[in-house]
Design a binder for this molecule. Structure first.
Ligand SMILES: [Zn+2]
Length: 243
C-alpha cells in the first residue's frame, strides 16, 4: 500500500499548505481518506481523478471535507465526457446538517459510514472506531494483505485508540496540540505527546504526526512527541510512505 500525504493541517492551512487528506493506492485501488481544502488539487499531481474509487470522510468538519464539494464538479464533467462511467462513492458519518449536502446529481453515490461497517474496496479492507470529538468521527484501520495503516482522524485522548492501533505498520495520528494547549483547557484534539504515548503503548512500527495546527511550532510539536516515541516524524505534504 502506498500512502501519500496530500494535506497535513487543521483546522486551517498554513501558507501554501492544505488541510487533511491522504491518498491510498494499491495495485487496483485508489481511495482518498479525508478531502480537506487543497487536497483535490494535490491529488491530481499524483493520479488522474477519474481513477478515484472512493472518498472516505472521517467526519464532517470542513477541514476534512471541503474539497468534496468541488470534486463533484470534476466527476460530473468526467461522466459527461465519458471519461468515467460511474459516480464517485463518498462514505461519511450521517450528520444531520452536512451529510445530505454531499449529494450531487449523478456525480456522487453517498453511503453512510458507521462503526459496524466492514468495508471492502477491492484489495483494501476498512474498519472504523468512533473517536472522542465534537462531531461523530471515526478512526480508520486499513488492511492490505499483511500491512495495516491506522489513521486517528480527530480525537481527544482515549484508551480505545491504543487497542485499535496495536501493532500497525503506520500510525497516522493527529497532533493538533502541544502540551500548552491542554494546559489551557483546549478539548477535541490530541497533543503530540499523547499521540506518541498511544503509539508507544500500541507498539506501532512507525508514527507520523499530522493534522498540525499552523499556530504551533513544528519543532515543539515534534520534540514533545519524541520524549514518548523517539522515532516520531512530522507529516510532509507530498510525502509517500510504502507499507
Ligand atoms: Zn480537523
Amino acid at each position: 500500500m502506498k500512502i501519500t500525504v496530500l494535506g497535513r493541517y487543521g483546522p486551517y492551512p498554513a501558507p501554501g499548505g492544505n488541510c487533511s487528506g491522504y491518498l491510498l493506492e494499491g495495485s487496483e485501488t485508489r481511495v482518498m481518506l479525508d478531502c480537506g481544502n487543497g487536497t483535490f488539487s494535490a491529488l491530481q499531481k499524483i493520479i488522474d481523478f477519474c481513477e478515484l474509487d472512493a472518498i472516505i470522510l472521517s467526519h464532517l468538519h470542513m477541514d476534512h471535507m471541503a474539497d468534496c464539494f468541488i470534486s463533484r464538479y470534476a466527476m460530473e464533467t468526467a461522466i459527461a465526457l465519458e471519461k468515467r462511467n460511474e459516480p464517485l462513492r463518498i462514505y461519511a458519518p450521517e450528520d444531520s446538517q452536512m451529510y445530505p449536502l454531499l449529494e450531487y446529481k449523478n456525480a456522487v453515490e453517498l453511503l453512510p459510514l458507521d462503526s459496524c461497517l466492514k468495508l471492502s474496496l477491492k484489495e483494501f479492507e476498512f474498519g472504523f472506531l468512533p473517536t472522542v470529538h465534537s462531531k461523530p468521527c471515526f478512526a480508520v484501520k486499513v488492511s492490505h494483505g499483511e500491512s495495516t495503516l491506522v489513521y486517528s482522524a480527530d480525537t481527544e485522548y482515549f484508551d480505545g485508540l491504543i487497542d485499535f492501533a496495536e501493532g500497525c505498520d503506520l500510525f497516522l495520528c493527529e497532533a493538533n496540540y502541544i502540551s500548552e494547549d491542554l494546559f489551557l483547557g483546549r478539548k477535541n484534539h490530541l497533543a503530540s505527546f499523547q499521540a506518541a504515548l498511544i503509539a508507544r503503548k500500541a507498539g506501532v512500527k512507525r508514527l507520523i504526526l499530522t493534522h498540525l495546527h499552523p499556530k504551533n511550532s513544528l519543532s515543539v510539536t515534534l520534540s514533545e512527541a519524541e520524549k514518548e516515541f523517539p522515532a516520531a516524524e512530522l507529516a510532509e505534504e507530498g510525502m509517500a510512505i510504502f507499507i
